[in-house]
Design a binder for this molecule. Structure first.
Ligand code: GAP
Length: 511
């Protein structure tokens, strides 16, 4: 995958042209960082959600799912710390009037140092070939040591300053590093200020009686407040997990990069409740398990890496991101957080209700610790879409655009195409649709030459094209064309369903 702006632009325009994603309320010029999922997009999104849900809930006997409301009692957000601490440090450029997240400016600067170090390593790898000892090179090469040390020191200083709310030092750091406005190059910065990311709304009819509410900024709190309800009604024993998918809302200041950073987005979260003291074991378990889930989709192991946090959120004692190689570089796709007993303890304190578990093996009550896995569905969508979109040059020199979406996630599983619009072929194609549509999302397409129809389906990510031709009338067989290899095979109509089934079996993909 090309790591550049052109590839990203291509992804965005492809997403629109092939009915994956539209800007929200586009006829009114859109709404910044809000997007609508179109006819193919909604299917891909649903399939990603299902792939996550099955692996999380169906494949773990000790994990159950819920669907909590978006609106929650306002005290929830006091207890969770979001009212006081869910802030981004903002900085404005006085010349360009553009607003940035101060921490992102610094992180981008530090990442450039990392890239310089990586470049040195790459050069040395080429120079030394098979004899290259990367660990030794990293430990001894002066430049690499300098870049890596500088990067670490910058990130550590930023983490310290943000932790101690020393915003003046965050600004000082930006000035010392000579960080300029990425758009204009100006270094004329304002002070750094904190900005709360929650969207407020009102509950109730009249202005006097209305209650101030927030749209949830994470789905996790709906799980915490239901912890005891689920534990009791499901007779769950620690360790156990509660999973949930749903919308979350954040008034992101720097809303850019398409569906990577949205103001309305969807999360897939799982809170795993464990014995105090065992959280690190489970934290490691979930880091590994979640990476395995990602790798199962075959988007390329080289596209993932862990990033352990220096600066921890107000609730965590350990945290790591699974970063993905998006067209604009490696960025956070999923977070795995050891949240301690912070949330349950806080809800106990604010609600006055006990949220404890009686552990029969230990014969005592305790407030469980929590390990959370939290992935943005939209980010996962972008990871799949951007990696799958490929331009290929074929043997005959022609090119094709193909969306090599893992077949288990593909919006449409098969297109049924009569070779011509006559001789009874459309009727046979329609009867194949009639039988497949009970199990799969399939489409009928009779417009244009069959080659163009293949290309259209390639670009939409459809793994199978089933062509009905004159031979079908003789022997009840069709041609199945495979999207990725473009190979064609002759198959009996009665075998089509099994062919599709085999390629989208959850067991085969997830095992
Ligand atoms: N409950 C923990 C939590 O919400 P987070 O790191 O703030 O942690 C988890 O968010 C995941 O949600 C991120 O890894 C990312 O995939 C997704 N996410 C967060 N903010 C987002 C946004 N503005 N747009 C799209 N996805 C977002």
């Amino acid at each position: 995958m090309a790591n550049n702006e052109d590839q990203f632009k291509k992804v965005i325009s492809h997403a629109k042209e092939y009915g994956f994603i539209f800007a929200s309320s586009e006829i009114y010029d859109g709404l910044s960082a809000v997007y609508d999922y179109a006819q193919n997009g909604v299917e891909l999104k649903k399939n990603i959600r299902e792939y996550w849900w099955r692996s999380m809930v169906y494949l773990h006997q000790n994990i159950v799912g819920i669907d909590a409301a978006i609106l929650m009692h306002p005290t929830t957000w006091k207890a969770s710390g979001h009212v006081d601490a869910f802030n981004d440090p903002l900085i404005d450029n006085k010349d360009s009037k553009k607003r940035y997240r101060a921490d992102v400016l610094i992180e981008d600067y530090a990442e450039k140092l990392n890239q310089k170090a990586e470049k040195e390593i790459e050069k040395a790898r080429k120079r030394f070939g098979d004899n290259f000892d990367e660990a030794q090179f990293v430990a001894t090469n002066e430049r690499v040591i300098r870049y890596k040390t500088e990067q670490r020191e910058i990130l550590e200083r930023m983490a310290r300053s943000l932790d101690s709310e020393n915003l003046a030092d965050v600004k000082a750091l930006i000035e010392e590093l000579g960080i300029a406005d990425p758009d204009t190059g100006s270094k004329n910065w304002t002070e750094v200020r904190q900005f709360n990311l929650m969207f407020g709304t009102k509950l109730g009819a009249s202005a006097e009686s209305a209650t101030d509410l927030y749209l949830r900024p994470e789905t996790a709190q709906g799980i915490f407040v239901n912890f005891l309800n689920v534990q009791k009604s499901g007779r769950m024993k620690i360790p156990f997990g509660i999973a949930q998918t749903g919308k979350a809302f954040r008034n992101e200041i720097v809303a850019r990069q398409f569906i990577f950073r949205m103001r309305e987005f969807e999360q897939m979260e799982m809170q795993f409740f464990v014995r105090p003291g065992e959280e690190m074991k489970w934290y490691e378990y979930w880091k590994e398990t979640r990476l395995k889930w990602h790798l199962s989709l075959g988007l390329g192991a080289e596209n993932y890496r862990f990033h352990d946090h220096e600066k921890l959120a107000h609730y965590a004692n350990a945290a790591s991101d699974i970063e993905f190689n998006f067209p604009f570089g490696f960025k956070e796709l999923e977070g795995i957080h050891s949240r301690t007993d912070f949330d349950l303890k806080a809800h106990e304190e604010y609600s006055g209700k006990k949220l404890q578990f009686f552990d029969p093996e230990l014969n005592k009550n305790y407030t469980p610790y929590v390990v959370e896995t939290s992935i943005g569905l939209d980010r996962m969508f972008l990871a799949v879409l951007s990696t799958s979109l490929q331009d290929e040059t074929l043997e005959d020199g022609s090119t094709r655009t193909v969306l090599k979406i893992p077949s288990i996630l593909a919006p449409v599983k098969a297109a049924v195409l009569p070779l011509v619009k006559k001789d009874g072929l459309p009727e046979i194609a329609q009867s194949i649709i009639d039988s497949l549509q009970w199990d799969y999302n399939v489409v009928y397409d009779e417009k244009d030459a069959v080659g163009r129809r293949y290309r259209r389906q390639d670009a939409a990510g459809t793994p199978f094209c089933i062509t009905v031709d004159h031979q079908t009338k003789e022997d009840q067989t069709v041609t199945i064309r495979h999207r990725d290899s473009m190979e064609q095979e002759r198959v009996a109509i009665s075998e089509i369903s099994e062919k599709i089934h085999n390629s989208i079996s959850y067991k085969a993909w997830l095992q």
